[in-house]
Design a protein around this ligand. Structure first.
Ligand code: MSP
Length: 504
């Protein structure tokens, strides 16, 4: 089976990491960890996008040379990976030699295949989005010109190489028609398909009025357009231009997770570049929505940028990870509010999940000498069987990027387990029927372990701590291992500490 290759966009190093970056990266971390749990091999790539006019401008404003500036800011993104407990397999920077070599080779192939020609660009450009803007997409306000995202435009007139994008219109439509899941969610698929259908113009792919970028190998007066440079990172990291590299063979084509603002680059330009170079287009583009802060658009000028570090300090990493993916369906926009994260943490993590573990395990520690016998137990309680079988449904949710549904189902079962504990009342069975009590507790413990395994991709550190309470190490995050656990003679239980702190 083809191994999966998941990527985040590479982040512009003009600024500090914020919640938007964290969100994309966390979603890929969840995917990577999930597939590891079901023993499927995958590769998780992230990194930084360091060239272009926008980064050059930021370096200039900071009065630092671009290379030094990008070294510094890129480090912040590496630190974000540690802070978020990301399981990425590689971190690529576009200023690395391996990438430079790959982009120049990619360009050479396109040029040799007559996919690129020299001409002149005259039109509008958004430095913030590093995007050329067509006349019919310009919004005018107070005598100024903006694109649809509200970025101010500047007029550019310069010699430029063009990529024959128009030629690829038919092949792109075919790609879409043959792969109905090429972009998820479907609304985005339809939007982009309509954009392609409305006609594609050749794309300017080089600039001459600034310096910070990779040079066109055959004409060093030209800097390769930063998006052509940046998109190529996905194959540079797999060893391109060596298409016999074992990683390229094993992992290409990839699945790109991106925010809704950069779909067109990934779902139109990138597959066209690849097809033009004789390579396979990406397998899928997964687009997520945007976060607002207490109902307001997040922007530096409004001063309401959410710093992931601060959030984590306030609420805890796994609490934030849980909230972001439980609160909002992945393709939709979502609003971050103090009240909603507080409600999720208190109501779901502390009162439901945390409390279940606390009361069941404390009971076992206090009354049963920290032991639960498993050897004679029938694991045939209805609720337990349903929990075991949940795996199919959860797998469907992950395949469709329905992270919120995935979590919702699990928490319905945690709730059901809490009710089950109340109904079965092991503390009463202790006096009347100790065997039944052991059976009830064993079924509950295995159910908790099972649900904890399912939750591991979302809350890796908390769930590992919970497994430790059952004396189970990290190898027991593999979903298959539940059978080995059920075959054990007994479970030794450690005294739990409160797992999720309630927010006042
Ligand atoms: N450098 C390009 C990507 C090149 S990929 C070959 C870029 N970088 S970025 O740093 O501006 O944005 C990276 C990601 O952050 C995008 O997926 C974007 O959608 C996401 N977000 C930025 N702000 C966001 C929110 N407020 N909410 C959610 N995600 C948002 O684009």
């Amino acid at each position: 089976m083809q191994s999966k290759f998941f990527t985040t966009p590479i982040y512009y190093v003009n600024d500090k990491p914020h919640i938007g970056h964290a969100y994309t990266s966390l979603s890929v971390d969840i995917l990577k960890r999930y597939y590891t749990c079901i023993n499927e091999n995958s590769f998780f790539l992230t990194g930084t996008d360091e060239h272009g006019q926008k980064v050059e401008k930021a370096a200039h404003e900071a009065k630092i040379e671009p290379q030094k500036f990008t070294d510094k800011v890129s480090e912040n993104f590496r630190e974000m990976s540690t802070l978020l407990n990301l399981s990425n397999d590689d971190f690529i920077r576009t200023t690395e030699q391996r990438h430079n070599k790959s982009v120049q080779a990619f360009w050479k192939i396109l040029e040799d295949k007559d996919q690129i020609y020299l001409s002149k660009y005259s039109g509008w450009y958004s430095v913030r989005d590093e995007a050329f803007v067509a006349d019919n997409e310009i919004v005018e306000k107070d005598g100024k010109k903006y694109n649809s995202f509200g970025s101010e435009l500047t007029f550019v007139e310069e010699e430029s190489y063009f990529f024959r994008l128009s030629y690829w219109q038919k092949s792109l439509l075919k790609l879409f028609d043959e792969n109905p899941d090429f972009i998820v969610p479907k609304t985005r698929f339809n939007e982009v398909r309509r954009f392609i259908e409305s006609g594609l113009k050749d794309l300017s792919v080089s600039r001459t009025t600034f310096n910070w970028g990779i040079k066109v190998p055959t004409n060093p007066d030209h800097i390769i357009y930063v998006w052509l440079d940046a998109l190529t990172n996905y194959i540079s990291a797999l060893g391109f231009p060596d298409i016999k590299d074992k990683n390229f063979i094993k992992f290409w084509p990839g699945i790109h997770v991106v925010g809704k603002d950069i779909i067109r680059f990934h779902a139109v330009f990138w597959p066209a570049f690849l097809m033009a170079a004789g390579l396979e287009p990406p397998k899928q583009i997964v687009a997520h929505g945007w976060w607002t802060n207490e109902g307001e658009k997040i922007s530096k000028s409004l001063g309401n940028v959410i710093d992931p570090g601060q959030l984590i300090e306030l609420y805890g990493l796994d609490e934030v990870r849980y909230f972001l993916f439980r609160e909002v369906p992945f393709g939709n926009d979502g609003d971050f509010s103090q009240d909603s994260i507080k409600n999720r943490i208190n109501g779901e993590l502390a009162n439901n999940y945390g409390n279940l573990i606390q009361r069941v395990l404390s009971f076992i520690v206090k009354n049963l000498n920290q032991r639960i016998e498993l050897s004679e137990v029938n694991f045939n309680f209805n609720i337990f069987k349903e929990i075991l079988e949940l795996e199919k449904e959860l797998n469907r949710n992950i395949k469709n990027y329905k992270f919120d549904e995935y979590l919702k189902v699990i928490f319905t079962y945690l709730n059901a387990l809490n009710n089950y504990v109340d109904k079965q009342a092991p503390w009463a069975l202790k006096k009347t029927d100790p065997n039944k009590m052991n059976e009830v507790l064993a079924n509950i413990c295995i159910s908790i372990i099972r649900l904890t395994q399912y939750l591991y991709p979302f809350m890796p550190s908390k769930t590992l701590k919970i497994l430790e309470l059952f004396n189970l190490d990290e190898s027991f995050t593999s979903f298959n291992s539940i059978n080995n656990i059920m075959e054990m003679n007994l479970l030794k239980i450690n005294q739990p500490e409160p797992l999720f702190k309630k927010i006042e």
